[in-house]
Design a protein around this ligand. Structure first.
Ligand SMILES: [Zn+2]
Length: 414
């Protein structure tokens, strides 16, 4: 009896284990499916303006894949069904699609509700290739809300507090619509997909929580009383860690807005990693620094070689000093001026070593040393780690935005 009973109970246990495993595997698969599918429909918004995002202009050849059919704008609206991979190549003054000449431009429009992939990422909307200044541009067009889902997920960790994510979504929406309105009219694209504007990684980067932050703030923007753009749009800059005080945009980017004045930030020190709050010193030889400067600003070759760099405009706050303009002195006595952000990003394009312009600069015989550096990024507008700290103290997104963009008003524009 006991043997049978043991066998029965062992067999039952095996079945239970097998069933639980099967259920948990299928649940995981189901959740994964949900997470994978949901962001596509979560934020799509037909009333949101379309935005054209420059994905790349540095390749001669692109590989584009669709999973479930598409239409081509050229070649008499030719339709494809099922999976298909296209190779788009620049050939002199024309574009070749799978080796066939299609002229100056072509748009691949995936079937509604499906995505396309380019390089390592997948994207919603459609993709246009066109020739501009002898380069082949790849431009993704989609509604602004879907675009923002791919920005917020790339610009702020998705596990951060919802109120911080919502602040980020509104800042990013304001910034992108401003850039589109101000610059998009005179070119074939609106915004770059890199740090030059905002990082965008399409649907590949999307996360349920960042998409929810976009959905929760759909159509909301910030408005500046001094802006001449429609709806008071302004470039609502943001940075990772201000280091203790945000900076007036006028001194960094040269644009003057009421909402982009610097404010004291007692918050980021509560959440940011030590390596961002006080970053390690960094040295570069004068020779190497001058090579980099001349490559970026060829007119600096008139200085012959580098003698010194001298801060000539500095913002001094209680707890932070940020250099916003440098004089570059040549060994032949000539000189020129470079902005603080321009200098640090020329000497260190990654921005990972000279993390901010809130730093001391020591010039010795052969090298330049940046030390006592504080913060990470340009310091203008929303301080992301500060927003995280405020959200943890139960401030709402309205408080956070009002703090970092003083004088701004939140408006719904669609
Ligand atoms: Zn801060």
């Amino acid at each position: 009896m006991s043997n049978i009973s043991t066998r029965v109970s062992r067999s039952s246990i095996s079945w239970i284990l097998f069933l639980s495993l099967a259920i948990s595997i299928s649940s995981v698969a189901f959740i994964k499916l949900l997470l994978k599918k949901q962001p596509i429909s979560l934020v799509e918004c037909a009333s949101a303006p379309q935005i054209r995002v420059l994905l790349s202009r540095n390749c001669q050849k692109y590989k584009v894949s669709v999973n479930n059919g598409c239409t081509l704008s050229a070649i008499n609206e030719k339709k494809y069904s099922g999976k298909h991979t296209f190779f788009v190549t620049l050939s002199g003054k024309t574009i070749l699609l799978d080796g066939k000449d299609v002229g100056q431009t072509i748009t691949i429009i995936p079937t509604a509700g499906t995505v396309f992939s380019l390089g390592n990422f997948s994207y919603q909307g459609k993709i246009t290739f066109l020739i501009n200044n002898e380069k082949l541009y790849a431009i993704n067009t989609l509604d602004t809300e879907s675009y923002l889902a791919g920005v917020v997920a790339a610009e702020m960790p998705a596990h951060w507090e919802m109120q911080a994510l919502m602040s980020q979504a509104i800042a990013a929406r304001t910034y992108s619509l401003f850039i589109k309105e101000k610059f998009g009219k005179n070119r074939s694209w609106d915004i770059k997909s890199t740090q030059a504007n905002q990082v965008y990684r399409g649907i590949s980067a999307q996360h349920l929580r960042s998409s929810l932050a976009v959905k929760n703030t759909q159509g909301l923007i910030l408005s500046d009383p001094k802006s001449k753009q429609a709806n008071g749009l302004f470039p609502a800059y943001y940075c990772a860690v201000c280091g203790g005080h945000t900076e007036n945009s006028k001194y960094v980017f040269g644009d003057d807005y009421v909402c982009l004045q610097g404010v004291k930030c007692p918050y980021c020190k509560e959440t940011a990693n030590r390596k961002f709050l006080n970053w390690p010193k960094y040295s570069i030889s004068k020779k190497r620094a001058f090579e980099k400067l001349v490559r970026k600003y060829p007119t600096l070759s008139k200085l012959k070689s580098l003698s010194a760099i001298v801060p000539i405009r500095v913002s001094k706050y209680d707890n932070l000093t940020r250099i916003t303009r440098f004089e570059i002195l040549g060994t032949n006595g000539k000189k020129d001026i470079v902005g603080g952000e321009d200098l640090r990003l020329t000497l260190d394009p990654t921005g990972q070593k000279i993390k901010s312009a809130a730093t001391d600069v020591v010039v010795s015989k052969n090298k330049i040393t940046f030390k006592n550096g504080k913060g990470f990024g340009h310091g203008v507008g929303l301080c992301q780690y500060g927003a995280l700290a405020m959200a943890r103290k139960n401030f709402k997104y309205t408080d956070i935005l009002n703090y970092y963009y003083p004088g701004s008003k939140i408006k719904r524009i669609y």
